[in-house]
Design a protein around this ligand. Structure first.
Ligand SMILES: C[S@@+](CC[C@H](N)C(=O)[O-])C[C@H]1O[C@@H](n2cnc3c(N)ncnc32)[C@H](O)[C@@H]1O
Length: 341
């Protein structure tokens, strides 16, 4: 099998387990984003979503239900091996075979970071039970290195909406509401991931030039977005029809084409955002708090003043004050906790 090699990527038309063993060195990948097949009868979403099946590329290869657990262990073991220490892994999974994926992950040394719920539109219609409209996204890291997590890549820590809620916090909640894309008249895989979902994972968990791997390329949506964001990309797709159609499309993608459309966050100018507090700093915070409290400052002003002194945001100061049992001692308190949450 000859791989398809482009400037930003190499793609393999083969099984991902044997392919990874042969072509991907240990500790070489910065980020894996992948969406394994769901198991026979496991997913009927496409019947509702891609209404015209004429445009769905044939040859989507499923894994028989009775092989799913062993198959998951094998490919996830390879994923662990190829990730660099500190590298991240996102697996998109339906609920049907979630247990097999979780068991396979527990078989590795990978650490769970978040269990994200992705809520999409066009839930599968039912009459006698609830409508299924979510997938699971399992976000793990390989221990032993520094994890890339670009905290302010999408929203600055100080950016707020009209109700004074933190946009950064909202974007980083573990329930993501992102619609599937309806692509009438385009040749596609049965379960293509939306561009917005992929951009979000890549912005937080990778940088330009990083290597991203997708074990199950399908319609190559991970590869398209990775190239569009100036990342390098590699991966596998076992279906020949899909591979041929999609590698032709990939060759026409201009690297970095998605970057001009990204939101420009107003990055916070704080010196220490997200840093752990040392005992010394907490002690200084306590002294500062007592000094300002005694002169009768309001909670709001105390928090702003301490924030400027310590180079940290409002939430960080609030949480630290609670930790050192100062928060409830403030005498004049027209501002309640809820105002800040
Ligand atoms: C859920 S789809 C991936 C969809 C993809 N994320 C996208 O957005 O288009 C899973 C893909 O894995 C492929 N596949 C199944 N078994 C495979 C294997 N052992 N190695 C590589 N690809 C495989 C299927 O043919 C299918 O295209």
């Amino acid at each position: 099998m000859t791989p398809v090699s482009l400037k930003n990527g190499a793609f393999y038309n083969c099984d991902c387990i044997t392919g990874a063993r042969e072509y991907i060195p240990d500790n070489s990948v910065d980020l894996i984003i992948t969406d394994p097949p769901y198991g026979i009868n496991g997913d009927k979403l496409h019947k509702h979503y891609n209404r015209n099946e004429e445009f769905v590329v044939g040859g989507y290869v499923e894994i028989p239900q009775n092989e799913y657990a062993d198959f998951s262990i094998l490919w996830i073991t390879e994923a662990e091996r190829v990730l660099r220490p500190g590298g991240s892994l996102y697996i998109v999974s339906g609920y049907t075979n979630l247990i097999d994926i979780l068991n396979a992950l527990r078989n590795t040394r990978l650490n769970e970071i978040n269990h994200i719920i992705w809520k999409y539109n066009f839930g599968v219609f039912t009459r006698q039970k609830y409508v299924s409209s979510h997938y699971h996204i399992l976000f793990y890291e390989k221990p032993g290195g520094t994890r890339t997590f670009n905290l302010e890549s999408r929203y600055g820590l100080d950016e707020r909406n009209g109700e004074n809620r933190s946009l950064n916090n909202y974007d980083r909640e573990d329930v993501w509401v992102i619609n599937r894309e309806y692509k009438p008249g385009q040749v596609k895989n049965k379960n293509e991931l939306p561009t917005k979902l992929l951009i979000k994972m890549m912005q937080y968990s990778s940088n330009e030039g990083d290597l991203i791997c997708d074990f199950f390329l399908g319609g190559f949506s991970t590869a398209k977005v990775a190239i569009g964001l100036n990342r390098r990309v590699t991966g596998f797709e076992i279906s020949c029809g899909m591979f041929e159609t999609k590698t032709r499309e990939i060759a026409a993608i201009i690297p970095g084409n998605l970057i001009p459309g990204l939101r420009n966050p107003t990055v916070s100018t704080l010196e220490n955002p997200g840093k752990a507090w040392t005992d010394d700093e907490l002690q200084r915070l306590k002294m500062g708090f007592m000094r300002l409290n005694v002169i009768g400052m309001t909670k709001k002003d105390i928090i702003a003043e301490l924030g400027a002194e310590h180079g940290r945001g409002r939430f960080a100061i609030l949480n630290a004050l609670k930790k050192i049992n100062c928060y409830n001692d403030v005498k004049s308190s027209p501002v309640t906790l809820d105002k800040f949450s």
